[in-house]
Design a protein around this ligand. Structure first.
Ligand SMILES: Cc1cc2nc3c(=O)[nH]c(=O)nc-3n(C[C@H](O)[C@H](O)[C@H](O)COP(=O)(O)O)c2cc1C
Length: 189
């Protein structure tokens, strides 16, 4: 089967980055999927700054920005891993998404959220709206991680690892289904 490129977009620059443990676990599991290429993109490494111009309006765009946009252009879909801040998504994530447009279009987004008791459910709802604004689609399966500060460490989930692995497999399967369907539809268009 043709390969899929499914980058993982991490949603925050805030220290001490408890949710990065979730992003790394997602990346590690996604890397094990056959026919999938992936890598983690961290807004801390991307010199976007607050939105002044979108990438295609910059003259010239910084090399790191162009390189990022090129990678998004060749992607077949995305996994966003983000914490919830005050019932919403972090500004860093919204800012990153707003700098790009065409490269998100008609591609699937899988959402993984982390938070306190709610597991970031409200951030996920907000992100669904934002993804629609980008002309992209959200896959139905969503993964949410409650009490991220206590439930994950550097090795991933501290408890019920097999449950998290199974949930992610279902999530990846859904994302890959949409990625292949939309890849074929874009190729036909
Ligand atoms: C500014 C701020 C707002 C927060 N708001 C929420 C919230 O609305 N819902 C929630 O479940 N957790 C909230 N939290 C808790 C975070 O989800 C939790 O601290 C988590 O560790 C954040 O991930 P991070 O360490 O990668 O930033 C908030 C944390 C911060 C710093």
């Amino acid at each position: 089967m043709a390969g899929l490129y499914l980058p993982v977009l991490y949603g925050t620059v805030r220290e001490p980055r408890h949710s990065l443990k979730v992003a790394r676990f997602v990346l590690q599991r996604l890397t094990l999927r056959p026919d999938v290429e992936t890598r983690l993109f961290d807004p801390r490494d991307l010199p976007f700054g607050n939105l002044v111009q979108r990438e295609w309006e910059m003259d010239p765009a910084p090399e790191a920005v162009s390189a990022f946009v090129q990678e998004m252009g060749r992607a077949d879909g995305f996994v966003v891993v983000t914490p919830e801040y005050n019932y919403g998504i972090p500004g860093a994530l919204k800012n990153l998404l707003d700098h790009v447009y065409d490269e998100w279009n008609r591609k699937p987004f899988g959402i993984v959220t982390a938070g306190g008791v709610s597991g970031g459910l409200r951030a996920a709802d907000q992100l669904r709206q934002v993804v629609s604004g980008l002309g992209a689609v959200v896959v139905p399966v969503h993964v949410s991680v409650p009490f991220v500060q206590e439930s994950f460490d550097e090795d991933g989930p501290k408890l019920h690892r097999e449950v998290w692995v199974a949930r992610l497999e279902q999530f990846f399967g859904d994302l890959e289904w949409y990625a292949r369907a939309l890849q074929a539809a874009r190729a036909r268009a």
